[in-house]
Design a protein around this ligand. Sequence first.
Ligand code: NAD
Ligand code: GLY
Length: 377
Amino acid sequence: MRGFFADEREAQDTVETLNVDLGERSYPIFIGPGLLKETDRLRSHLGQGQAVIISNDTVAPLYLDQVKQTLGDSYGWEIILPDGETHKNLGTISQIYDRLLRAKADRQTTLVALGGGVIGDITGFAAATYQRGINFIQIPTTLLAQVDSSVGGKTGVNHPLGKNMIGAFYQPRCVLIDTEVLLTLPEREIKAGLAEVIKYGLINQPDFLSWLTNNAADILALDNAKLTETIRICCQAKADIVAADEREVGLRALLNLGHTFGHAIETASGYGNLLHGETIAMGMVMAADLSRRLDLLSAEQAAKVRDILENDFSMPVIPPAQISTETYLELMSSDKKAEQGRIRFILLEAPGKAVLTGEVPPDLLKETLTAGDGLCR
Ligand code: NAD
Ligand code: GLY
Protein backbone atom coordinates (compact mmCIF):
# COMPACT_ATOMS: atom_id res chain seq x y z
CA MET A 1 0.00 0.00 0.00
CA ARG A 2 1.50 3.26 -1.17
CA GLY A 3 2.86 5.20 1.76
CA PHE A 4 0.63 3.62 4.42
CA PHE A 5 1.30 1.14 7.20
CA ALA A 6 -0.31 -2.18 6.31
CA ASP A 7 0.53 -3.99 9.53
CA GLU A 8 -2.13 -3.53 12.22
CA ARG A 9 0.31 -3.78 15.11
CA GLU A 10 2.40 -1.01 13.65
CA ALA A 11 -0.80 0.92 12.98
CA GLN A 12 -1.87 0.81 16.63
CA ASP A 13 1.44 2.35 17.62
CA THR A 14 0.81 5.31 15.35
CA VAL A 15 -2.68 6.31 16.50
CA GLU A 16 -3.05 9.96 17.48
CA THR A 17 -5.78 10.80 20.00
CA LEU A 18 -7.11 14.34 20.30
CA ASN A 19 -9.93 15.58 22.48
CA VAL A 20 -12.76 18.00 21.78
CA ASP A 21 -13.18 19.57 25.18
CA LEU A 22 -16.89 20.30 25.74
CA GLY A 23 -17.48 19.26 29.33
CA GLU A 24 -19.81 16.28 29.57
CA ARG A 25 -20.14 16.28 25.76
CA SER A 26 -16.36 15.96 25.23
CA TYR A 27 -15.24 13.30 22.80
CA PRO A 28 -12.08 11.84 21.30
CA ILE A 29 -10.81 12.03 17.73
CA PHE A 30 -8.67 9.02 16.77
CA ILE A 31 -6.38 9.35 13.75
CA GLY A 32 -4.34 6.55 12.22
CA PRO A 33 -4.13 3.86 9.57
CA GLY A 34 -6.24 0.72 9.91
CA LEU A 35 -8.63 2.07 12.58
CA LEU A 36 -11.69 0.56 10.86
CA LYS A 37 -10.39 -2.81 12.03
CA GLU A 38 -9.99 -1.84 15.69
CA THR A 39 -12.87 -3.40 17.57
CA ASP A 40 -12.46 -1.97 21.06
CA ARG A 41 -12.02 1.63 19.99
CA LEU A 42 -15.30 1.59 18.05
CA ARG A 43 -17.40 -0.57 20.36
CA SER A 44 -16.45 1.35 23.51
CA HIS A 45 -18.23 4.44 22.13
CA LEU A 46 -21.56 2.76 21.37
CA GLY A 47 -24.64 3.05 23.54
CA GLN A 48 -26.41 0.03 25.03
CA GLY A 49 -28.45 -0.72 21.90
CA GLN A 50 -27.74 -1.67 18.31
CA ALA A 51 -25.51 0.22 15.92
CA VAL A 52 -27.17 1.31 12.68
CA ILE A 53 -24.69 2.24 9.96
CA ILE A 54 -25.63 5.01 7.53
CA SER A 55 -23.56 5.08 4.35
CA ASN A 56 -23.99 5.54 0.61
CA ASP A 57 -23.81 3.32 -2.47
CA THR A 58 -20.22 4.37 -3.24
CA VAL A 59 -18.67 3.95 0.21
CA ALA A 60 -20.66 0.92 1.38
CA PRO A 61 -19.21 -1.52 -1.21
CA LEU A 62 -15.72 -0.44 -0.08
CA TYR A 63 -15.98 -0.35 3.72
CA LEU A 64 -19.36 -1.55 5.04
CA ASP A 65 -18.32 -5.19 5.51
CA GLN A 66 -15.26 -4.16 7.51
CA VAL A 67 -17.28 -1.90 9.82
CA LYS A 68 -19.95 -4.60 10.29
CA GLN A 69 -17.23 -7.07 11.24
CA THR A 70 -15.63 -4.62 13.65
CA LEU A 71 -18.98 -3.87 15.31
CA GLY A 72 -19.57 -7.59 15.82
CA ASP A 73 -22.61 -8.31 18.03
CA SER A 74 -23.37 -4.59 18.27
CA TYR A 75 -24.11 -4.38 14.55
CA GLY A 76 -27.83 -3.99 13.91
CA TRP A 77 -28.48 -3.10 10.28
CA GLU A 78 -27.66 -0.41 7.74
CA ILE A 79 -29.26 2.31 5.65
CA ILE A 80 -27.58 2.81 2.27
CA LEU A 81 -28.43 6.14 0.66
CA PRO A 82 -27.83 7.19 -2.93
CA ASP A 83 -24.52 9.06 -3.24
CA GLY A 84 -24.43 12.81 -3.66
CA GLU A 85 -25.01 16.30 -2.32
CA THR A 86 -28.40 16.36 -4.11
CA HIS A 87 -29.65 13.83 -1.53
CA LYS A 88 -28.64 15.98 1.44
CA ASN A 89 -32.19 17.17 2.06
CA LEU A 90 -35.21 16.73 4.31
CA GLY A 91 -36.63 13.99 2.06
CA THR A 92 -33.66 11.78 2.89
CA ILE A 93 -33.97 12.60 6.59
CA SER A 94 -37.62 11.58 6.45
CA GLN A 95 -36.68 8.25 4.83
CA ILE A 96 -34.18 7.62 7.65
CA TYR A 97 -36.87 8.32 10.27
CA ASP A 98 -39.20 5.89 8.43
CA ARG A 99 -36.59 3.14 8.51
CA LEU A 100 -35.74 3.71 12.17
CA LEU A 101 -39.39 3.79 13.23
CA ARG A 102 -40.36 0.70 11.21
CA ALA A 103 -37.47 -1.18 12.80
CA LYS A 104 -38.56 0.14 16.23
CA ALA A 105 -35.10 1.58 16.84
CA ASP A 106 -35.08 2.83 20.44
CA ARG A 107 -33.19 5.63 22.18
CA GLN A 108 -30.26 3.29 22.92
CA THR A 109 -29.51 3.03 19.18
CA THR A 110 -26.24 4.51 17.89
CA LEU A 111 -26.09 5.84 14.34
CA VAL A 112 -22.70 5.29 12.70
CA ALA A 113 -21.93 7.71 9.84
CA LEU A 114 -19.69 5.94 7.33
CA GLY A 115 -18.86 8.32 4.48
CA GLY A 116 -17.92 11.85 3.54
CA GLY A 117 -19.33 15.13 4.76
CA VAL A 118 -22.71 14.54 3.14
CA ILE A 119 -23.29 11.29 5.06
CA GLY A 120 -21.84 12.80 8.25
CA ASP A 121 -24.08 15.88 8.12
CA ILE A 122 -27.21 13.84 7.31
CA THR A 123 -26.52 11.18 9.95
CA GLY A 124 -25.73 13.75 12.62
CA PHE A 125 -28.98 15.60 11.95
CA ALA A 126 -31.00 12.37 12.01
CA ALA A 127 -29.31 11.47 15.32
CA ALA A 128 -29.96 14.95 16.75
CA THR A 129 -33.68 14.77 16.01
CA TYR A 130 -34.73 11.12 16.20
CA GLN A 131 -36.56 10.67 19.51
CA ARG A 132 -35.04 14.03 20.58
CA GLY A 133 -31.49 12.78 20.21
CA ILE A 134 -29.61 9.49 20.05
CA ASN A 135 -25.88 8.70 19.98
CA PHE A 136 -23.87 8.91 16.84
CA ILE A 137 -20.32 8.18 15.74
CA GLN A 138 -18.46 9.75 12.84
CA ILE A 139 -16.31 7.56 10.58
CA PRO A 140 -15.28 10.12 7.94
CA THR A 141 -13.98 8.66 4.68
CA THR A 142 -13.07 11.79 2.68
CA LEU A 143 -10.21 14.13 3.45
CA LEU A 144 -12.69 16.99 3.75
CA ALA A 145 -14.73 15.11 6.32
CA GLN A 146 -11.60 14.00 8.21
CA VAL A 147 -10.19 17.52 8.55
CA ASP A 148 -13.40 19.45 9.03
CA SER A 149 -16.97 18.24 8.83
CA SER A 150 -16.79 15.23 11.18
CA VAL A 151 -15.50 17.40 14.05
CA GLY A 152 -17.48 20.08 15.83
CA GLY A 153 -21.10 18.98 15.69
CA LYS A 154 -22.52 21.01 12.80
CA THR A 155 -25.16 18.71 11.34
CA GLY A 156 -27.87 19.38 8.80
CA VAL A 157 -29.20 19.39 5.27
CA ASN A 158 -29.64 21.78 2.36
CA HIS A 159 -32.80 23.63 1.36
CA PRO A 160 -33.47 24.61 -2.28
CA LEU A 161 -33.11 28.23 -1.12
CA GLY A 162 -29.87 27.78 0.76
CA LYS A 163 -26.98 25.52 1.67
CA ASN A 164 -27.04 23.85 5.14
CA MET A 165 -30.04 25.97 6.14
CA ILE A 166 -31.74 23.26 8.21
CA GLY A 167 -29.69 21.71 10.99
CA ALA A 168 -28.57 21.43 14.59
CA PHE A 169 -25.42 21.60 16.66
CA TYR A 170 -25.07 18.03 17.89
CA GLN A 171 -21.80 16.39 18.86
CA PRO A 172 -20.77 12.79 18.07
CA ARG A 173 -19.54 10.31 20.71
CA CYS A 174 -16.23 9.90 18.87
CA VAL A 175 -14.59 10.52 15.50
CA LEU A 176 -12.67 7.60 14.01
CA ILE A 177 -10.32 8.69 11.24
CA ASP A 178 -8.77 5.79 9.33
CA THR A 179 -6.22 7.39 7.01
CA GLU A 180 -6.07 4.26 4.81
CA VAL A 181 -9.54 4.91 3.38
CA LEU A 182 -8.13 7.90 1.51
CA LEU A 183 -6.40 5.46 -0.85
CA THR A 184 -9.70 4.87 -2.66
CA LEU A 185 -10.70 8.52 -2.77
CA PRO A 186 -10.54 10.14 -6.26
CA GLU A 187 -7.84 12.79 -6.70
CA ARG A 188 -10.44 15.51 -7.33
CA GLU A 189 -11.94 14.78 -3.89
CA ILE A 190 -8.49 14.88 -2.25
CA LYS A 191 -7.96 18.35 -3.69
CA ALA A 192 -11.41 19.46 -2.55
CA GLY A 193 -10.46 18.38 0.98
CA LEU A 194 -7.20 20.28 0.73
CA ALA A 195 -9.18 23.51 0.24
CA GLU A 196 -10.46 23.17 3.82
CA VAL A 197 -6.91 22.25 4.95
CA ILE A 198 -5.50 25.44 3.41
CA LYS A 199 -8.34 27.35 5.08
CA TYR A 200 -6.88 26.52 8.53
CA GLY A 201 -3.53 27.94 7.44
CA LEU A 202 -5.10 31.08 6.02
CA ILE A 203 -7.26 31.89 9.03
CA ASN A 204 -4.69 31.77 11.83
CA GLN A 205 -1.72 29.47 11.16
CA PRO A 206 0.83 31.12 8.84
CA ASP A 207 3.52 28.55 9.75
CA PHE A 208 1.20 25.69 8.79
CA LEU A 209 0.45 27.49 5.52
CA SER A 210 4.18 27.66 4.72
CA TRP A 211 4.62 24.02 5.66
CA LEU A 212 1.73 23.05 3.37
CA THR A 213 3.16 24.91 0.39
CA ASN A 214 6.62 23.44 1.00
CA ASN A 215 5.16 19.93 1.16
CA ALA A 216 2.42 20.24 -1.46
CA ALA A 217 3.82 17.56 -3.79
CA ASP A 218 4.16 14.97 -0.99
CA ILE A 219 0.70 15.73 0.38
CA LEU A 220 -0.89 15.43 -3.07
CA ALA A 221 0.92 12.08 -3.48
CA LEU A 222 -0.71 10.92 -0.20
CA ASP A 223 2.57 10.57 1.69
CA ASN A 224 1.39 8.86 4.88
CA ALA A 225 3.38 10.81 7.44
CA LYS A 226 2.65 14.21 5.91
CA LEU A 227 -1.02 13.47 5.36
CA THR A 228 -1.46 12.24 8.93
CA GLU A 229 0.32 15.32 10.23
CA THR A 230 -1.95 17.49 8.08
CA ILE A 231 -5.08 15.81 9.44
CA ARG A 232 -3.80 16.04 13.03
CA ILE A 233 -3.04 19.77 12.79
CA CYS A 234 -6.44 20.51 11.22
CA CYS A 235 -8.38 18.43 13.77
CA GLN A 236 -6.47 20.05 16.64
CA ALA A 237 -7.21 23.51 15.23
CA LYS A 238 -10.87 22.66 14.83
CA ALA A 239 -11.10 21.06 18.29
CA ASP A 240 -9.59 24.19 19.87
CA ILE A 241 -11.95 26.55 18.04
CA VAL A 242 -15.03 24.43 18.76
CA ALA A 243 -14.10 24.12 22.46
CA ALA A 244 -13.83 27.91 22.65
CA ASP A 245 -16.97 28.74 20.63
CA GLU A 246 -19.16 25.70 19.98
CA ARG A 247 -22.18 27.66 18.71
CA GLU A 248 -20.34 30.17 16.56
CA VAL A 249 -20.92 33.28 18.61
CA GLY A 250 -17.52 34.65 17.55
CA LEU A 251 -14.25 32.84 16.84
CA ARG A 252 -15.81 29.84 15.05
CA ALA A 253 -17.12 32.13 12.30
CA LEU A 254 -13.54 32.36 11.02
CA LEU A 255 -13.86 28.72 9.90
CA ASN A 256 -16.26 30.08 7.30
CA LEU A 257 -13.51 31.79 5.30
CA GLY A 258 -14.59 31.51 1.67
CA HIS A 259 -17.96 30.00 2.61
CA THR A 260 -20.19 33.07 2.07
CA PHE A 261 -19.11 33.18 -1.57
CA GLY A 262 -18.66 29.39 -1.78
CA HIS A 263 -22.13 28.48 -0.54
CA ALA A 264 -23.66 30.96 -3.01
CA ILE A 265 -21.66 29.38 -5.86
CA GLU A 266 -22.69 25.86 -4.73
CA THR A 267 -26.38 26.75 -4.50
CA ALA A 268 -26.41 28.75 -7.75
CA SER A 269 -24.61 26.00 -9.71
CA GLY A 270 -27.05 23.32 -8.50
CA TYR A 271 -25.95 21.07 -5.63
CA GLY A 272 -23.50 18.41 -6.79
CA ASN A 273 -22.15 20.09 -9.93
CA LEU A 274 -19.11 21.58 -8.25
CA LEU A 275 -17.58 19.89 -5.21
CA HIS A 276 -18.07 21.72 -1.92
CA GLY A 277 -14.30 22.07 -1.45
CA GLU A 278 -13.92 23.47 -4.96
CA THR A 279 -16.43 26.22 -4.25
CA ILE A 280 -14.58 26.99 -1.00
CA ALA A 281 -11.31 27.36 -2.95
CA MET A 282 -13.08 29.83 -5.27
CA GLY A 283 -14.67 31.56 -2.29
CA MET A 284 -11.32 31.99 -0.51
CA VAL A 285 -9.82 33.60 -3.62
CA MET A 286 -12.86 35.92 -3.78
CA ALA A 287 -12.38 36.74 -0.07
CA ALA A 288 -8.70 37.52 -0.72
CA ASP A 289 -9.67 39.67 -3.70
CA LEU A 290 -12.20 41.62 -1.64
CA SER A 291 -9.62 42.00 1.16
CA ARG A 292 -7.20 43.52 -1.38
CA ARG A 293 -9.86 45.95 -2.65
CA LEU A 294 -10.42 47.02 0.98
CA ASP A 295 -6.64 47.49 1.45
CA LEU A 296 -6.54 44.79 4.13
CA LEU A 297 -4.20 42.69 1.97
CA SER A 298 -1.46 43.87 -0.36
CA ALA A 299 -1.64 42.92 -4.04
CA GLU A 300 1.27 40.48 -3.47
CA GLN A 301 -0.46 38.82 -0.52
CA ALA A 302 -3.71 38.40 -2.44
CA ALA A 303 -1.84 36.97 -5.43
CA LYS A 304 -0.09 34.56 -3.04
CA VAL A 305 -3.43 33.21 -1.80
CA ARG A 306 -4.54 32.51 -5.37
CA ASP A 307 -1.14 31.04 -6.23
CA ILE A 308 -1.24 28.53 -3.33
CA LEU A 309 -4.68 27.25 -4.29
CA GLU A 310 -4.35 27.41 -8.07
CA ASN A 311 -0.71 26.46 -8.63
CA ASP A 312 0.64 24.68 -5.54
CA PHE A 313 -2.52 22.56 -5.14
CA SER A 314 -4.04 22.71 -8.68
CA MET A 315 -7.52 23.74 -7.59
CA PRO A 316 -10.14 25.58 -9.64
CA VAL A 317 -10.28 29.16 -8.36
CA ILE A 318 -12.46 31.07 -10.84
CA PRO A 319 -16.22 30.86 -10.15
CA PRO A 320 -18.65 30.03 -12.98
CA ALA A 321 -19.14 33.16 -15.10
CA GLN A 322 -22.90 32.66 -15.46
CA ILE A 323 -23.69 33.48 -11.80
CA SER A 324 -25.01 37.05 -11.87
CA THR A 325 -24.25 39.70 -9.27
CA GLU A 326 -27.96 39.73 -8.36
CA THR A 327 -27.90 35.96 -7.74
CA TYR A 328 -24.83 36.27 -5.51
CA LEU A 329 -26.35 39.10 -3.51
CA GLU A 330 -29.68 37.31 -3.10
CA LEU A 331 -28.04 34.05 -1.94
CA MET A 332 -25.45 35.74 0.27
CA SER A 333 -28.10 37.83 2.03
CA SER A 334 -29.51 34.64 3.56
CA ASP A 335 -26.06 33.39 4.63
CA LYS A 336 -26.14 32.28 8.28
CA LYS A 337 -23.68 35.01 9.25
CA ALA A 338 -25.93 37.75 7.82
CA GLU A 339 -27.48 40.08 10.40
CA GLN A 340 -30.61 42.13 9.59
CA GLY A 341 -29.99 41.56 5.87
CA ARG A 342 -26.37 42.81 6.14
CA ILE A 343 -23.92 40.34 4.61
CA ARG A 344 -20.89 39.71 6.81
CA PHE A 345 -17.63 38.37 5.39
CA ILE A 346 -14.56 36.63 6.71
CA LEU A 347 -11.69 38.57 5.19
CA LEU A 348 -7.90 38.38 5.39
CA GLU A 349 -5.49 40.86 6.95
CA ALA A 350 -2.64 38.53 5.98
CA PRO A 351 -2.34 34.95 4.67
CA GLY A 352 -2.62 33.53 8.21
CA LYS A 353 -4.87 36.17 9.82
CA ALA A 354 -8.64 36.23 9.19
CA VAL A 355 -11.18 38.75 10.51
CA LEU A 356 -14.98 38.98 10.52
CA THR A 357 -16.39 42.16 9.00
CA GLY A 358 -19.72 43.56 7.97
CA GLU A 359 -18.37 46.81 6.58
CA VAL A 360 -18.00 46.18 2.86
CA PRO A 361 -18.84 48.96 0.37
CA PRO A 362 -21.28 47.55 -2.23
CA ASP A 363 -19.24 48.84 -5.20
CA LEU A 364 -16.12 46.95 -4.06
CA LEU A 365 -18.14 43.80 -3.47
CA LYS A 366 -19.57 44.05 -6.99
CA GLU A 367 -16.04 44.39 -8.40
CA THR A 368 -15.08 41.11 -6.73
CA LEU A 369 -18.27 39.38 -7.92
CA THR A 370 -17.54 40.31 -11.54
CA ALA A 371 -13.73 40.02 -11.53
CA GLY A 372 -13.61 36.51 -13.07
CA ASP A 373 -10.03 35.62 -14.03
CA GLY A 374 -8.96 39.03 -12.72
CA LEU A 375 -9.45 37.88 -9.10
CA CYS A 376 -6.38 38.74 -6.99
CA ARG A 377 -4.58 40.13 -10.03
P1 NAD B 1 -19.15 13.79 -0.08
O1 NAD B 1 -19.63 13.33 1.22
O2 NAD B 1 -20.13 13.99 -1.17
O3 NAD B 1 -18.03 12.78 -0.57
C1 NAD B 1 -17.39 13.02 -1.80
C2 NAD B 1 -17.45 11.79 -2.72
O4 NAD B 1 -16.48 10.84 -2.30
C3 NAD B 1 -18.77 11.06 -2.73
O5 NAD B 1 -19.04 10.59 -4.02
C4 NAD B 1 -18.52 9.89 -1.77
O6 NAD B 1 -19.37 8.80 -1.99
C5 NAD B 1 -17.10 9.56 -2.13
N1 NAD B 1 -16.33 8.87 -1.12
C6 NAD B 1 -16.33 9.09 0.21
N2 NAD B 1 -15.36 8.40 0.80
C7 NAD B 1 -14.73 7.70 -0.16
C8 NAD B 1 -13.63 6.81 -0.16
N3 NAD B 1 -12.92 6.58 0.94
N4 NAD B 1 -13.26 6.26 -1.33
C9 NAD B 1 -13.93 6.56 -2.48
N5 NAD B 1 -14.97 7.40 -2.55
C10 NAD B 1 -15.35 7.98 -1.39
O7 NAD B 1 -18.37 15.18 0.05
P2 NAD B 1 -17.36 15.76 1.14
O8 NAD B 1 -16.45 16.64 0.40
O9 NAD B 1 -16.82 14.70 2.01
O10 NAD B 1 -18.31 16.64 2.07
C11 NAD B 1 -18.97 17.78 1.57
C12 NAD B 1 -20.13 18.05 2.48
O11 NAD B 1 -19.65 18.36 3.79
C13 NAD B 1 -20.98 19.24 2.04
O12 NAD B 1 -22.32 18.90 2.13
C14 NAD B 1 -20.63 20.29 3.05
O13 NAD B 1 -21.68 21.20 3.27
C15 NAD B 1 -20.34 19.48 4.28
N6 NAD B 1 -19.48 20.15 5.26
C16 NAD B 1 -19.90 20.14 6.54
C17 NAD B 1 -19.10 20.71 7.52
C18 NAD B 1 -19.52 20.64 8.97
O14 NAD B 1 -18.88 21.28 9.80
N7 NAD B 1 -20.53 19.86 9.29
C19 NAD B 1 -17.87 21.29 7.18
C20 NAD B 1 -17.47 21.26 5.85
C21 NAD B 1 -18.29 20.68 4.89
N1 GLY C 1 -16.93 24.08 8.84
C1 GLY C 1 -17.21 25.22 9.63
C2 GLY C 1 -17.50 24.92 11.05
O1 GLY C 1 -17.53 23.77 11.46
O2 GLY C 1 -17.72 25.80 11.81
